[in-house]
Design a protein around this ligand. Structure first.
Ligand SMILES: Nc1ncnc2c1ncn2[C@@H]1O[C@H](COP(=O)(O)OP(=O)(O)OP(=O)(O)O)[C@@H](O)[C@H]1O
Ligand SMILES: [Mg+2]
Length: 506
């Protein structure tokens, strides 16, 4: 009973103390309001609130959108990362997608709390957006994230959690990312996550459906290319250790329509690397070349198509334009230049040259160590045909016409592009395959005819003879090449060539 009355009197005195404290606070506040200028009042009031607020074990990190004049990378990464943390507990969130974007982006809505756990640390995120206060002139809203957690985890959050978010955001970006095709004559740039941009390059999303699965190519060669790419991206440390620039060069050669450009697109889609389509014919000086090469980004594929024509054409242009002094750009000069660039800047770069005529190339390009892999894209084989039949008509197993097609393919020179075109002519698989048989029969007859006239014994000789006659007739290599392509019956390829002014392929 006595204990109870003691507790009662303690509670009464505590209450009295609290009441007198509150009264003092009120008094101070009213004095503050009376005596102190308005400008200082809010400062003093927030200081008093700070003094009398119970001590919290929570701490909050503020992550602003801007970091000085540039964007804050932690903010951008948090935005991407938190898009994956939206749970059923979230009441509101935002989605957006521009026509050029592949996926829908999900992001957090203002003031919605998002919970996360990292190594048993409980974290709470909040996205805050503050409207500008003054009406004079344009002031953008201030946007930031608040990240709250227990104080004792401060080091773990700053040293481990935030770097983890940067890394995760990078992965998410890579996975959901649309591969871009950069060209110099494209006036605009699409970017899924803002920022980016290619300097002197414009970009469009590379909407090329080609993948290694859909590519008709010898299986061993396909496997070798994929393994080579895998090894290349894995070996950052190795390249650093041996002191070599982290780059890889591929030379793709073979007749028109055999899938060189398709292979480049498949490589880009496989690695999620952007493509820079470098048109040498539009370049007039070394400094221009330097400027555009320096402005390409890492994790990219630089493509120089038809390298045999590009350099010749450039030299001719120089003579005509008569720049002073003439900056003759030779292939070996270009290669040395690129070597210098790789060793001074740039990581994870791939360079691809394509040509229809490997034997016409400057020996500098073929020198050992220059192009790491030479890939011969050749006429269609029965195995290649199976892939095309599966791509275009979903025929994955046996078909009664395959036997006849196989033997015709083995006795003719037909490109995957020609077969693809024939397969697309008819929606009915049987009729399409019959169309392929007719095409192949014509091809076999043509091959026999050419053999009778020129008597070459191998496909390569055959092709060279045919091409030389074009060169003799047309003098100019470009026209001769187009004529050669036409004579091979590759009308689609010609059309593409003329549409792209000779070079653009993707
Ligand atoms: N190996 C292949 N596998 C699958 N499709 C192919 C292959 N080769 C060609 N095609 C089809 O033919 C079209 C043209 O091929 P592509 O542009 O890749 O040939 P290319 O070798 O680059 O020709 P060019 O020397 O004229 O540039 C492709 O879009 C594709 O539809
Ligand atoms: Mg091509």
């Amino acid at each position: 009973m006595q204990a109870f009355s003691e507790m009662q009197s303690t509670a009464t005195s505590l209450f009295a103390a609290y009441a007198s404290l509150a009264a003092t606070m009120m008094l101070i506040r009213s004095m503050v309001n009376d005596i102190i200028p308005a400008s200082l009042q809010s400062y003093i009031q927030s200081f008093l609130a700070y003094l009398f607020t119970p001590i919290s074990n929570q701490i909050t990190i503020v992550i602003d959108e801007q970091s000085g004049m540039t964007r804050n990378q932690v903010y951008d990464s948090a935005e991407i990362y938190l898009g994956t943390k939206i749970s059923p507990a979230t009441e509101r969130f935002k989605v957006n997608k521009s026509p050029k974007q592949k996926n829908i982006n999900v992001s957090v809505e203002r003031d919605q709390p998002i919970a996360d756990t990292f190594r048993d640390i409980q974290l709470k995120w909040r996205f805050v957006s503050v409207e500008p206060q003054n009406d004079h002139g344009y002031t953008p809203e201030r946007r930031f994230f608040e990240l709250s957690f227990s104080k004792k985890h401060k080091d773990a959050v700053v040293n481990d959690y935030l770097p983890f978010i940067l890394e995760r955001a990078k992965e998410i970006k890579e996975n959901g990312r649309v591969v871009k095709l950069y060209t110099r004559d494209c006036p605009y740039t699409d970017d899924d996550y803002g920022g980016g941009g290619g300097g002197v390059w414009g970009s469009i999303n590379l909407d090329h459906p080609s993948t290694f699965e859909t590519l008709a190519m010898e299986p061993e060669m396909k496997r070798a290319v994929m393994e080579d790419l895998d090894r290349f991206v894995r070996r950052r440390e190795y390249y650093r250790k041996v002191g070599k620039a982290w780059k890889r060069g591929y030379l793709l050669y073979g007749p028109p329509g055999t899938g060189k450009s398709s292979l480049i697109a498949a490589m880009a889609n496989y690695l999620k690397f952007d493509i820079y389509d470098l048109e040498l014919t539009s370049l007039y000086s070394n400094s221009e070349l330097r400027r555009i090469l320096v402005s390409t980004t890492n994790r990219s594929i630089i493509v120089i198509e038809d390298i045999d024509c590009s350099v010749e054409m450039h030299d001719r242009q120089q003579e005509h334009v008569g720049h002073d002094p003439p900056t003759k750009l030779t292939l070996s000069g270009l290669l040395n230049f690129i070597d210098g660039l790789w060793s001074s800047c740039g990581d994870e770069r791939i360079i691809v040259f394509t040509t229809n005529f490997k034997d016409k190339l400057d020996p500098a390009l073929l020198r050992p160590g220059r192009m790491d892999m030479h890939i011969h894209m050749s006429y269609c084989t029965p195995q290649g045909f199976r892939i095309l039949a599966s791509n275009y008509h979903g025929i994955d197993g046996y078909h009664r016409l395959f036997g006849e097609i196989d033997s015709l393919i083995e006795n003719s020179q037909v490109t995957p592009a020609e077969i693809a075109e024939e397969l697309m002519r008819n929606e009915d698989a049987d009729l399409a395959l019959e169309g392929v048989i007719n095409l192949l029969k014509k091809k076999v007859a043509q091959t026999a005819e050419v053999k009778d006239v020129t008597c070459p014994t191998t496909p390569e000789q055959n092709e060279t003879a045919e091409e030389s006659s074009c060169v003799a007739e047309f003098q100019e290599p470009k026209k001769a090449k187009t004529e050669f392509v036409m004579r091979r019956g590759l009308k689609t390829s010609c059309r593409r060539r003329s549409n792209r002014g000779g070079k653009r392929v993707f």
